[in-house]
Design a binder for this molecule. Sequence first.
Ligand code: XMP
Length: 525
Amino acid sequence: MTEKIIILDFGSQVTQLIGRRLRELNVYCEIYPFNKIPALDASVKGVILSGSPFSVRDDRAPQVDLENIKGKLPLLGICYGAQYLAYHFGGDVKPSLSREYGRAKLHIVSDSRLFEGVRDGSQIWMSHGDTIARIPEGAEVIASTEDITNAAYHIIGEDTYAVQFHPEVFHTEEGPVILKNFAIDICGCKGDWTPASFIENTVRELREKLGNDKVILGLSGGVDSTVAGVLLNKAIGSNLYCIFVDNGLLRLNEFNDVLSSYKDMGLNVIGVDASEKFLSALKGVTDPEAKRKAIGKTFIDVFDEQARKITGAKWLAQGTIYPDVIESASVNGPSATIKSHHNVGGLPEKMNLKIVEPLRSLFKDEVRRVGRELGIKKGLIDRHPFPGPSLGIRILGEVTTQKLEILRKADDIFISGLRNTPCSPGIKSASDPLSDATNLYDSIWQAGTILLPVKSVGVMGDERTYEYTVALRAVISTDGMTADWVHLPYEFLAKTSNDIINKVKGVNRVVYDISSKPPATIEWE
Ligand code: XMP
């Protein structure tokens, strides 16, 4: 049984970060909405209460039943969590005279296991409008700041701790030490949840669950489905049937390159060239949503047709990852929202298949770490996200074979250039925040080229030209929900633009997209 810490989410923007930080300590954890506490079996070593946009004094403040938790399991309240414990257990919470926001210095006022080894005077990050005016009964203050006395407290006789600041955010310098003290020393977690242990446990569980059954998996060339495929292959070998569809909208040489990598890894993979079907479904379609629908529907038809050939299959595997399944705490009403992921919508029901999702407990960079541990080569692991509808939504307006050819060449020049250009030292890798990036591609979260539906006048030699414009897009992001455009070096942009205009027939102008999300989106359609 994998030991774990439960994080109860009261709707803070940074709840997921608590999870990330614990996982970096090799401690497994799961995030649940405050009103959906899971069974507290022996695997649960401790509980963390997150922050919240609410004040504990608000009528609509989220309430949690701590009957089976407080005093029985190690408990850490963060921000709202700290104020909640004070408010409901004999202390008091009042509006702060000045909003306690931003950096402050932590002064340790009493020895505690939570702050063991934490440097006195280190920077912490605050973000709250209320303050703890009186700590709960039986508690002792363990840290203060210049402005607030009750920055952190411990309830004597219990493993209950509370901090009004956010140890999970980067700006809290000793945050990792504080979380480690809680998880390892106070909760007693071993901190042995590593990619290797994840693989060992998952392979064992998959073997138990799947037995001798046949499983179908759609491979996309992306990191998640690739890692899911290799993991399943390790567990059930040739009972895994992978399907990789060429939708005719992939990047230059992508289908053949990725297909041979899959075969080299020993995957039992069927490559299906369905380009014609996709291109005819897209003929004359210009509306972005209609294009997405046409591509999605064709994919399901092609996948369904192939999957039916695998007689006796019982399972459909999916590369769903943790951010797709975390139920966010809905602080504004009882119904919690769930993002779900239906790459092959409707198929499981139609074919009566059960779903298996071996990566559903992992964050994206953990998927990559597991992939590295499985020996998958770098070129597949560090790939930028790529949308399901592929270049179909990067050719604005109608998709044609001629436009695809132009876009593929231009995009190949941009992407190869990013891969071949070193980046400045000290910049973190977008695919592995624990290491430094070695080239521009690795320092960027996602990059791509867009073919615009406008022609403009240019001059080449003595000749007037009237050709297409391509836009280059490169962004940094953590989850695709927000993104900033990347300040690519001018020399790189100059060289890329020159190469594209000189080498790609049909393009006489290159522009760089300097819009952030929001208000723009990453894709143009
Ligand atoms: P936007 O354009 O919404 O993109 O800022 C956010 C992230 O989602 C990807 N994306 C898609 N992925 N099917 C997908 O599988 C789609 O229809 C789709 N549209 C956008 C996009 O590439 C970016 O990573």
